[in-house]
Structure formats: C-alpha cells, structure tokens
Design a protein. Structure first.
Length: 165
C-alpha cells in the first residue's frame, strides 16, 4: 500500500521590476537526477499551526535573509504520484522585492533571472504553466498526476476547467 499522504509547502516567486529570484536546485534535495539545476520558486514545508502565508514569509527569511511583506497567493498545485515522498499541496505566492544579495543556499543556488527568460530555463514541466499564469496575473488551481518515474502524466486547471496535459 502506498502512503500517498499530501505534504503542504509554501513557495514564493520573488519579483523585482525585471527579474525573478529563484533557486537553481543542487543534488541534495532532488527526487530524481534530471531535476538537478532546475529552477524553482523558493520556500518550504508548512509547520504545525502555521498558515501558508506565515510559512512562506518565514521560509523566505530563513533561506534567503530577505524579508517579504504581503505575499500574494497566486495559486495552488496538488501533486499525486505512487511514490510516498512525492505527494504535495503547493501554495504558490508572488512577492515584490528590491534586488538584493540573498544568503548562500544549502539546497542549490539563488539566481535572478529575467522574467522574459523564465520559460526558457530548465524547470519542472508544470512550473512552465505556473509562470505563464503568474505573467498574466491570473490565479490558478492545478492538479497533477505523475508516474513512478515522476513523469508528468496529467495536469488539469480547475478555474479555467482546462486540461494542461
């Protein structure tokens, strides 16, 4: 029997006027080899008695040293797979920041990337859709299904009632 319990995390795309601050993953936190060097939003697990917003503010401060105020919830993504450790509920936030140097990262490398280049970067497949919604300033609720090799099999966006894959 597969555990499959969903774990909740809050992630944030940090935004300057022209760039996003993202983390480029290192080997330490990757579920599979081809996720190394992929760019993802910054964040982490939601702790007991913590709201998703409180978690993202705390995680951004802990990981980058950057204080954010009033992060905007852009959407929610659920990820389902047969792997016990790969079942998530992701709260995706967007926060405006002034460009500043983040603290060194234990899980990869923080990098500023031009907004117009984000969809050309190596990212998890569903993240490309997330960035498209964020660029349009459009809310989203997405459910994804992955196989044993963590290949995206299916993605559905509920607000638009639209199959993404």
């Amino acid at each position: 029997m597969v555990d499959g319990k969903k774990r909740a995390v809050s992630l944030c795309i940090l935004e300057t006027d022209t760039e996003y601050l993202l983390i480029r993953r290192g080997k330490e936190k990757c579920e599979k080899e081809d996720c190394v060097n992929q760019y993802i939003p910054i964040g982490g697990k939601i702790e007991a008695l913590e709201t998703p917003e409180e978690a993202v503010v705390r995680e951004i401060k802990e990981e980058t040293g950057i204080s954010i105020k009033n992060p905007r919830l852009m959407g929610v993504v659920t990820e389902t797979s047969p792997l016990p450790k790969y079942n998530w509920v992701l709260y995706i936030f967007l926060a405006k920041i002034k460009k500043q140097t983040p603290n060194p990262c234990q899980e990869g490398y923080f990098e500023y990337v031009l907004k117009e280049h984000v969809t050309n970067l190596p990212t998890p497949e569903i993240d490309q859709k997330i960035y498209e919604y964020v660029k349009r300033n459009q809310k989203f609720i997405i459910h994804t299904i992955y196989n044993q090799e963590l290949v995206l099999l299916n993605a559905y966006e509920y607000l638009e009632e639209k199959k993404l894959k």
